[in-house]
Design a protein around this ligand. Structure first.
Ligand code: V3L
Length: 85
């Protein structure tokens, strides 16, 4: 994303950066003022809720993770489940 920001979802003790395609979808929806955005992530449908700043799995809303838009330079675990290092 152009301005040095990225989208993150919560893991165990840390944040994962979203993959590039999903990040672009989130950014577009967020900038458009949408309250939610539907995401297809490894064959599962999720909803990003920008009011609650949560990612919820569509078929099981108890599967929820915090999300945030933050500087790309913050400490992170990796990108979309691929660990850094
Ligand atoms: N992007 C990629 N994979 C995801 C995403 C996403 N936005 N959301 C869920 N998954 P749930 P630690 C995560 C994966 O929420 O050790 C991480 O990417 C999710 O992967 O219950 O806890 C790691 O790969 C999980 O495997 O629907 O920090 C992994 O957890 C699965 O979908 C472990 O990370 C179910 O998530």
């Amino acid at each position: 994303l152009e301005d040095g920001y990225q989208w993150f979802y919560e893991g165990r003790s840390g944040w994962w950066q979203y993959d590039e395609r999903t990040s672009r979808e989130l950014e577009l929806a967020f900038k458009n003022g949408q309250r939610t955005c539907e995401l297809l992530i490894v064959g599962q449908l999720y909803i990003a809720d920008f009011d609650a700043m949560l990612q919820l799995r569509r078929n099981d809303m108890s599967r929820r993770r915090r999300i945030k838009r933050d500087l790309a330079s913050i400490p992170k675990k990796g990108v979309a489940g691929l660990r850094l290092e």
